[in-house]
Design a protein around this ligand. Structure first.
Ligand SMILES: [Zn+2]
Length: 632
């Protein structure tokens, strides 16, 4: 059943981060690329909470610092230099990136700032070697049309991308700094989106405008969408890192479900007259209860001399297994908190037991050990005592929040559209000026120059594609949304092949090949241009394209000529074709006699089967017709 989102008071704001396709990074001359090989350089830093100018320390950052978390950074010299390593001040802002961001901002009707000021934004997870991310507002107060609706664009900013996490072992976290410093454009809408579907449409519209600049990176990981979601009676949840556009409506839907469930849980808990004072940090050591356990996780912990600590959640029985969204229960949320604040592997709770090798009898003994009443839930953790203690404190904290309803927090998107706890929502005053980089004035002259060459808006471009290339609307839309739009215009401009054929190839054929597991991304643009040149010279046929492309994708570095030879797809000459047709008509004399002109279809089928990929269907057809006329 469709929810009445208006009644629920759903409000969604989007923040879209898209990597720009520049020749250098934002603050140095390094290549804005990722490397796959083993790192040339590694270095370790301790995570340090940076103080903002106002002297505030982020509690989560301070906490990680206390835990002694260390970061191992991996780098190679092509994609990182002393700037990324925080051994050298940043170089001046890349004007190439400023121009792209400004172009996109103007296409979204935003007002450019007079001066671009680079700011520092505290980050707490080690994803920046400096402890902050550099960001600057380029333009403000824009708006775009999405269908009939005007969506305000609060700001368009330019930021440096963060390092990418590649692993985590205990208190050591690994990051690769190749991604650090790649220019990102950030586009933030006002929270005016009212339904999950609309959230998807707005994200798509912004994505199209960004792509229309022709200067943004393509492919998975180059765009990340953050969502701010709230409903009446719930709280503002920030969801980070949705990578797939198609996932956005689902993420919103799930978050609404989660908040509605949390509101219901708080009502039920209040009905059961649970109050905050009931939720005490009273922790029991219960290692002895599990001395003989068959549960592997507990067994391992006991063998390592760790402790099992437990606490009870009065009257919480049944609430921990309450499903908030698919596969995510209140117990899962408590486990996420325990993992974050206690750095433990997870928690056990009585709503899911007996299971995991833990018996009903053990549960009974456990309940007695913590003096649990019938309606109480018991949560326990096996780890080093201080970790287990922090984990249980986090569980109690989450239980207290459950009484109130929805906690304000930052969550991370999972690939299936659900989300997981990431950290508390950071407080205000996280920005302070970057003193190493002088402000940049956006002069009238400069703005006039950028304004003079703004790219077409997606709607204008669609009309032009239909008009200039005779594409139908569906195909024009498809090619525009594909990553091959520029290639399409290049190929259409230099070959005599019909634009529709080119567009169908670059959309449907490529997609079909991908579906069949062909690594089409291995085909270069030059190869595709060559294929179409060859096609317009009738050296190969339209029908042979999928086979040729598949072969080239699987045989990297080989040429088109080699593909054609290997596949035996060289176009037959007219003489060779006539010979084949003679042969076929000879062996089908009876058929021709009986059916006269109607035999054409059958003959066409037989011949095409024989010459598939080696002859143009139209030529075959005209030769057969000629032959039949001659015989008549
Ligand atoms: Zn660099």
């Amino acid at each position: 059943m469709e929810l009445d989102y208006e009644k629920i008071g759903l409000k969604v704001g989007l923040e879209i981060h898209q990597q720009l396709d520049t020749s250098t990074k934002l603050f140095c001359a390094c290549k804005p690329e990722l490397f796959k090989e083993e790192p040339e350089i590694t270095f370790i830093r301790r995570l340090r909470p940076t103080q903002s100018e106002l002297g505030q320390i982020d509690p989560a950052a301070y906490f990680e610092f206390q835990k002694g978390v260390k970061i191992l950074y991996e780098a190679d010299s092509r994609t990182a230099c002393l700037v990324e390593m925080d051994e050298e001040p940043p170089h001046p802002l890349s004007m190439e990136a400023v121009e792209i961001a400004l172009t996109a901002a103007l296409m979204m009707n935003s007002t450019p700032v007079e001066e671009v000021h680079v700011m520092r934004k505290t980050v707490i997870d080690g994803s920046n070697t400096t402890g902050f991310q550099r960001t600057c507002v380029i333009a403000l107060n824009g708006a775009i049309k999405v269908g009939e609706k005007t969506v305000p664009i609060q700001h368009v900013s330019l930021e440096e991308d963060a390092a990418r996490k590649t692993g985590e072992e205990g208190t050591l976290i690994r990051y690769r700094i190749d991604r650090l410093g790649i220019p990102l454009i950030e586009v933030a809408t006002a929270p005016v989106i009212k339904t999950p579907k609309e959230a998807g449409e707005v994200a798509l519209a912004i994505g199209k405008i960004l792509r229309a600049t022709g200067k943004v990176k393509r492919g998975l990981g180059t765009i990340r969408q953050d969502l701010n979601i709230s409903i009446v009676g719930g709280a503002l949840t920030e969801i980070k890192g949705v990578q797939e556009l198609e996932l956005i409506p689902l993420v919103v839907e799930y978050e609404v479900q989660r908040q509605l469930n949390l509101i219901k849980i708080s009502e039920e808990l209040r009905k059961a007259s649970v109050c905050e004072e009931d939720l005490k940090e009273e922790v029991f050591e219960v290692t002895e209860v599990f001395r003989q356990t068959a549960c592997k996780v507990l067994r391992k912990a006991i063998d390592k001399n760790q402790k099992i600590l437990a606490l009870k959640l009065p009257k919480f029985k049944g609430f921990l297994k309450w499903e908030l969204m698919p596969g995510i229960r209140l117990g899962t949320e408590m486990a996420d908190r325990a993992k974050f604040w206690g750095r433990v592997g997870g928690i056990f709770h009585t709503d899911e037991l007996p299971a995991y090798g833990i018996t009903a009898q053990e549960v009974e003994v456990l309940r007695k050990a913590v003096q649990a009443q019938e309606h109480d839930a018991v949560v326990f953790v096996a780890d080093a005592p201080e970790n287990a203690m922090d984990a249980l404190k986090a569980v109690i904290e989450r239980a207290r929040e459950a009484l109130k309803g929805v906690p304000e927090e930052t969550r991370a998107a999972n690939p299936d559209g659900t989300t997981r706890y990431m950290r508390p929502r950071p407080g205000a005053a996280r920005m302070y000026p970057e003193t190493d980089i002088p402000p940049i004035r956006l002069t009238e002259e400069y703005l006039t120059r950028v304004k003079a060459c703004l790219p077409e808006l997606p709607e204008q471009k669609l009309q032009r594609l239909m008009r200039d290339y005779g594409l139908n609307q569906k195909l024009a839309k498809q090619i525009m949304d594909s990553e091959y739009i520029e290639l399409f215009e290049t190929v259409a401009g230099e070959s005599k092949v019909s634009p529709t054929t080119i567009a169908v190839f670059l959309t449907e054929t490529i997609k079909a090949l991908k579906r069949n597991g062909i690594p089409v991304e291995k085909i270069s643009e030059n190869q595709i241009r060559e294929i179409f040149k060859s096609l317009s010279l009738s050296e190969i046929t339209k029908e042979a394209l999928p086979e040729i492309v598949a072969w080239l994708a699987k045989n990297e570095g080989k040429s088109l000529r080699e593909a054609v030879e290997n596949l035996g797809l060289k176009t037959l000459s007219k003489e060779e074709l006539e010979k084949i047709i003679d042969k076929v008509t000879d062996s089908n004399k009876d058929l021709i006699k009986k059916n006269k002109a109607k035999a054409f279809g059958a003959l066409m089928g037989i011949v095409m089967k024989e010459v598939r990929g080696k002859a143009d269907a139209e030529l075959v057809s005209s030769l057969i017709k000629k032959k039949l006329e001659k015989n008549a």
